[in-house]
Design a binder for this molecule. Structure first.
Ligand SMILES: Cc1ncc(COP(=O)(O)O)c(C=O)c1O
Length: 420
């Protein structure tokens, strides 16, 4: 493989100076010769998770059996929620770990629409995650005539213009719902600005934090945010399909009623009454029995993030992104790549998108290299996006150097043309 001694020595120097470098050792090492740049899709496995799950399975389930519900299992949704709250600027009792992100979106949008009775407009945008848009379309269909979903168009396919958001809000607007960090371009919305704009017009805002939590600091309290949802399997390393979370601001909790009236969201599930009455606090947004094994896997990774600190993680992510962009400008801009993410770090999350007409073949060449080459795992998003996810908790500067070198090699040598 090509080597560039300037960038290589810079990467090694930055790694030596990195105060978070040792966190890398606390994750299970991948195969040797594998560079993982996909932590924005599925985060790596923390070293402690397997032992912790063994403990939950053998001691808690195996030996304590049903008593474990009273020895911690029942509290898991709120207890883990309180830990996530510390990463997103929420208070205790405002975050709940439950269900999938899409299901939580459904619950909170329906609750908001009930609360905002008389207002019939939901605003989102065409760059939002497809599942979010599908859920919103289904809700409009379910609510029936008179309700509308207004999608703001993107002028550049990468960002959503705040002027268009301002222009879209009218007196009928019940709710705006946006992703905070966009799944394709990594564009970061102005949470404080949009929330205050919406509030001035009596509208609520729901934020999807899936690509922010664990990588981009969020201060829900300072922004006076109403509602939020998010995944735990990306930067939070909770494992494949791990349970999602939702946030409801404290003063809204008793005012909102969620649409799925399950027993665990009721005031006293173990009275086994016949009439539903919602619990008082955040627990009213629960539905059924928590998936204890899946939820338990989230905790070791959460503890690592709390120990590292979200401000330090963000600082490292910005420095690593700047390093990546330096190599991009130097090597790749002349190889028919364009940048698919905002350049300004304050408007960008922790992944960077490189666009190329042959992005699909290049991605496959990186993932399935010849035997004497390093494997690099980014991900591909149609039609021409290569997403390079920087997870500052375990990615080194050398990972980024090696990943970029390999992309350069695959394109310069036209190795990707050999990919069937
Ligand atoms: C921004 C965003 N929202 C929602 C989802 C869907 O999450 P879930 O599969 O937990 O419903 C994803 C999944 O990747 C996502 O990236």
């Amino acid at each position: 493989m090509f080597a560039d001694s300037n960038y290589l020595s810079k990467a090694e120097q930055l790694d030596r100076e990195d105060p978070l470098a040792l966190f890398r050792e606390r994750f299970t090492p991948p195969d040797p010769g594998l560079i993982y740049l996909d932590g924005n899709s599925l985060g790596r496995l923390p070293g402690h998770t397997a032992d912790w799950l063994k403990e939950v399975v053998t001691a808690q389930w195996g030996k304590s059996l049903i008593r474990s519900w009273n020895e911690g299992w029942m509290d898991l949704p709120v207890r883990l929620g309180d830990k996530i709250a510390r990463l997103i600027g929420a208070g205790p009792g405002e975050v709940l770990v439950c269900d999938a992100t899409s299901v939580n979106l459904y619950k909170l949008v329906m609750a908001a629409m009930g609360y905002q009775e008389g207002r019939n407009r939901i605003i989102s945008d065409e760059l939002n995650f497809p599942s979010d848009l599908y859920i919103l379309q289904g809700i409009i269909d379910q609510l029936g005539s008179g309700y509308e979903l207004h999608l703001i168009r993107s002028r550049d396919g990468m960002c959503i213009d705040p002027d268009l958001v301002a222009a879209a809000i009218d007196d009928n607007t019940a709710l705006l719902t946006f992703t905070h960090t966009y799944f394709k371009s990594s564009f970061v919305q102005d949470m404080a600005g949009i929330t205050s704009l919406a509030h001035r017009k009596g509208a609520m805002v729901l934020w999807d934090l899936s690509h922010s939590v664990g990588s981009v600091p969020v201060d829900l309290k300072a922004c006076k945010a109403d509602l939020a949802i998010g995944c735990t399997y990306k930067y939070l390393n909770g494992g494949p399909g791990s349970t999602a979370f939702l946030y409801v601001r404290k003063d809204l909790q008793t005012k909102l009623q969620q649409p799925i009236w399950g027993w665990l969201g009721s005031r006293d599930p173990f009275q086994f009454g016949t009439q539903y009455e919602p619990a008082d606090g955040i627990s009213r947004f629960l539905v059924g029995t928590p998936p204890v094994l899946s939820m338990s896997a989230i905790e070791p990774a959460l503890d690592l993030h709390l120990e590292a600190g979200i401000t330090a993680l963000r600082g490292k992510s910005i420095r690593q992104s700047a390093f990546l962009l330096e190599m991009y400008d130097d090597w790749l801009a002349s190889l028919n790549f364009t940048l698919g993410s905002p350049r300004a770090s304050e408007r960008r999350g922790s992944h960077i998108v490189l666009r190329h007409r042959e992005a699909s073949a290049i991605t496959r060449a990186l993932i399935y290299p010849p035997a004497d080459r390093v494997t690099v795992i980014p991900d591909f998003r149609t039609p021409d996006h290569i997403r390079l996810g920087i997870a500052p908790i375990y990615n080194s500067y050398k990972d980024i150097y090696t990943g970029m070198q390999r992309i350069r090699e695959v394109v310069e040598s036209e190795e990707y043309l050999k990919i069937p």
